[in-house]
Design a protein around this ligand. Structure first.
Ligand code: ADP
Ligand code: MG
Length: 731
């Protein structure tokens, strides 16, 4: 009912910022309070257990069963002291977000019906069988009629939410296939560790471990809760399927530079307090470009942990938003015509000896190491640019990519002029150059001078999807609602594979008598030439780039269902299998899940769009049209024909316009329903997703066009849906 909208606007306008008080004076007083971190482990575990656990975490060793028993006892002690009554295995199914199944600690002491105690054993800590038959598994479990189980990941600390102890776990089928994001992520981290160490040893034999680091920047929208409820499309699909642009949008860019609105500031403060209690080092918060759009980012950390923290933050934000009478929107494109939300993934590798492998070094040796890693990263992205794009493509994110606001739907690498010129120099040098090591490093490369120059890190290219930013690569195409692991599994796996190939090449050259530095230099020169097409420092939004990229042989596919094929190309399967991250069956099964998810999302949107069109928009448009007709008729009764014609001129045009748009909506909705029926009959999940993409989805824009036109014509007083100007601009 129209009244809803105005009531909602009124309600929203009366809101005041919530009072939020810090749980302590300084973050250091409450930081990590809800996490079973090393500090707490050392308090609740014996010295011996503590040592075995930390060794296992640091060196990736398996934990003996009896140790799980000790850890469970310590964990329970801590949890019960914190007032916890339940525990859950916390895992990351292939749907977005996380899943959990809560069980109480209570158990009978011995016989059923006897005394009750709080019990938590090593077995319960280590493994659980969630009744998870409805989590998408792409047929892996169905085929084998095996259920999935969750298994403890000791490398990410347990934490407490409310009355529940949450234990980060992997989720796998009984036949061993990964049904989640965490399993392949952990495998990819181990693969990139091993491969990087081998390469690092060429430079520094002391390196024993290489860590992958992730620093995510989370963008999001907030809308008032009341207004959110006045938009069925937003509630059911996470985005507005219609809505004319507000007269004022982001064109003044005043939101980006403006102060965070008071209500939002209160929300952000509380998110920060809460996150800090979970040991999540949130550091920055600010407005983003679009109205109602904001960003938070922590200090970067080890990838597995940082990713768990991102997932936790998303649910913390959701909960706190409700408390502040907001609704959190993590959808990649909740509003047409203004920027969508991404999640930049800042990725780097670093050694246990404290060297950042994407950080220019202080010595020629360190710089050759640095250049080796940068060039290999570029090679990896070059060879697998289609796969990398597949890792971030979803029905939601497709709205964002390729639009003039986010990275284009073509993956390229931006290096900046300093690194580019170093690589150019290497490329130009002749193969027959008889160069001394000293010359090689200092004169030919010029890399010894990089550190100073790079300090001035100003030439950033915001249009590049994969940009070098001084000490890391920033992958900007990741969607705001995504599990970062999807992208990081690919990044770390392709890097591992590339480094293995690189090391093989160096070994081969050294065996045939070449000196180490010469072998490295030589190989890098070839790589730089080979992967040149991936380097692009220009404007990624331009049309010329699309043509150019095509000519360079980069992947330019924009269809979401088709891009998933990249996961199962011969090259991808070989790559994933050779680094031990996923096998062909897993890749196929996961693609099935992706296609199914795509189909379902478009199907739901199509239904909602159809419903709102037919039972919200058309009735209201017709009502207004009737009022106009009534007016025309009555003027005709009062005035003579000529005069009435003159007076009615404007209304007649509107009446015709309304008729035109109503018919536009009706015809297209009918055709869309037909297309859906046809698509629904397709059995093959891939074909079905393609049908939804090619034949159902194209109606969305046309239907929206007509609705948005009607929004401009129909009496504001009876328009049923909260308008953009009302949804946006929190005061
Ligand atoms: P910007 O918006 O300019 O890209 P921010 O400061 O908002 O920069 O975010 C940068 C993110 O990158 C932060 O999360 C930061 O901790 C992270 N970061 C910085 N250095 C590294 C690194 N070496 N590896 C991974 N992430 C990093
Ligand atoms: Mg950034």
């Amino acid at each position: 009912m129209p009244i809803n909208r105005f009531k909602a606007v009124e309600e929203a306008s009366k809101r005041v910022p919530l009072e939020v008080t810090a749980p302590g004076k300084q973050p250091s007083e409450y930081y990590g309070k809800n996490v079973f971190d090393r500090k707490k482990m050392s308090k609740y575990l014996s010295k011996e257990t503590m040592k075995i656990v930390t060794d296992a975490i640091d060196e990736g060793k398996t934990l003996p069963r009896e140790i799980a028993e000790h850890v469970a006892a310590g964990m329970k002690l801590w949890a019960v002291e914190m007032g916890v009554t339940h525990y859950t295995h916390w895992f990351q199914p292939l749907t977005d977000g996380t899943a959990e199944k809560h069980d109480s600690f209570i158990d009978y002491v011995d016989v059923p019906g006897g005394d009750v105690i709080e019990k938590f054993t090593g077995k319960l800590l280590a493994q659980q069988e969630p009744d998870a038959s409805s989590f998408p598994s792409g047929g892996i479990r169905n085929t084998f009629e095996a259920r999935g189980y969750t298994a403890w990941d000791p490398s990410s600390p347990a934490f407490i939410v409310g009355d529940t102890l949450c234990i980060p776990t992997v989720f796998i089928s009984y036949t061993g296939e990964a049904l989640d994001y965490k399993t392949p992520l952990l495998k990819s981290l181990s693969a990139v560790d091993k491969a990087s160490v081998e390469v690092c040893k060429l430079f520094d034999p002391k390196v024993k471990k290489v860590f992958s680091y992730l620093g995510w920047e989370q963008e999001f929208f907030l809308v008032d809760q009341a207004l959110y409820h006045a938009r069925p499309d937003l509630k059911l699909t996470g985005r507005t399927l219609m809505g004319h642009e507000s007269a004022k949008n982001q064109q003044l860019e005043d939101h980006y530079f403006g102060a965070v609105p008071q209500r939002v500031a209160a929300f952000m403060r509380e998110v920060e307090y809460e996150a800090h209690q979970y040991g999540i080092p949130l550091k920055t918060r600010h407005n983003e470009v679009a109205p109602n759009q904001f960003e938070i980012a922590p200090i970067y950390g080890e990838t597995n942990l940082a990713n768990d923290q991102n997932l936790l933050v998303m649910s913390i934000m959701d909960k706190i938003a409700t408390k502040h009478k907001f609704k959190l929107l993590l959808h990649e494109k909740p509003f047409g015509g203004i920027n969508g939300s991404g999640k930049h993934n800042n990725w780097s590798l670093g050694t246990d000896t404290g060297i950042g492998l994407f950080t220019p070094g202080k010595t020629p040796n360190e710089n050759l190491l640095f250049i080796s890693f940068v060039v290999n990263a570029m090679m990896a992205v070059y060879k697998h640019n289609g796969l990398l794009k597949a890792s971030i493509m979803t029905a939601n994110n497709a709205h964002r990519l390729g639009a003039n606001e986010a990275p284009p739907a073509i993956i390229s690498v931006f290096l900046g002029s300093q690194i580019s010129s170093v690589l150019d120099k290497i490329e130009m040098s002749s193969e027959d150059d008889d160069i001394t090591v000293e010359e090689l490093h200092k004169m030919k490369l010029g890399v010894a001078h990089i550190p100073e120059v790079l300090m001035d890190n100003t030439d950033r290219n915001r249009t590049s999807p994969f940009a070098f930013t001084g000490n890391r690569f920033e992958f900007r195409a990741v969607g705001s609602s995504a599990n970062c692991a999807a992208a990081l599994i690919v990044i770390n796996s392709i890097m591992a594979k590339q480094l293995i190939d690189f090391k093989k090449e160096i070994d081969r050259k050294m065996k045939s008598g070449m000196k180490k530095d010469q072998a490295i230099y030589d190989t890098l020169r070839l790589y730089i030439k080979e992967c040149k097409p991936i380097r692009f420092d220009g404007n990624g939004y331009s049309d010329e780039w699309k043509q150019e990229a095509e000519a360079r042989g980069l992947n330019c596919e924009t269809s979401v269902p088709l891009i998933y094929d990249q996961y199962t190309t011969k090259q991808s399967i070989e790559m994933f299998e050779s680094v031990g991250v996923m096998n062909e069956r897993e890749l196929e099964a996961r693609n099935e899940v992706k296609w199914e998810t795509y189909t379902k999302k478009i199907q739901i949107e199509a239904r909602v769009l159809g419903d709102i069109s037919i039972n919200h928009i058309i009735p209201v448009a017709t009502r207004y049209q009737t009022a106009l007709l009534d007016n025309v008729y009555k003027l005709g009764c009062v005035f003579d024909v000529e005069k009435a014609k003159q007076l009615n001129e404007h209304d007649i045009v509107l009446i015709e316009d309304i008729a035109l748009h109503i018919s536009g909506i009706k015809t297209n909705v009918d055709a869309m329903v037909e297309a859906r029926k046809v698509a629904n009959r397709i059995e093959n999940v891939r074909e079905k997703a393609i049908a939804y993409h090619d034949t159902v989805y194209p109606f969305f824009d046309t239907i929206r066009y007509h609705i948005d036109k009607l929004e401009l014509i129909v009496d504001n007083q009876i328009w049923p849906l909260a308008k953009y100007r009302e949804l946006l601009f929190i005061s």
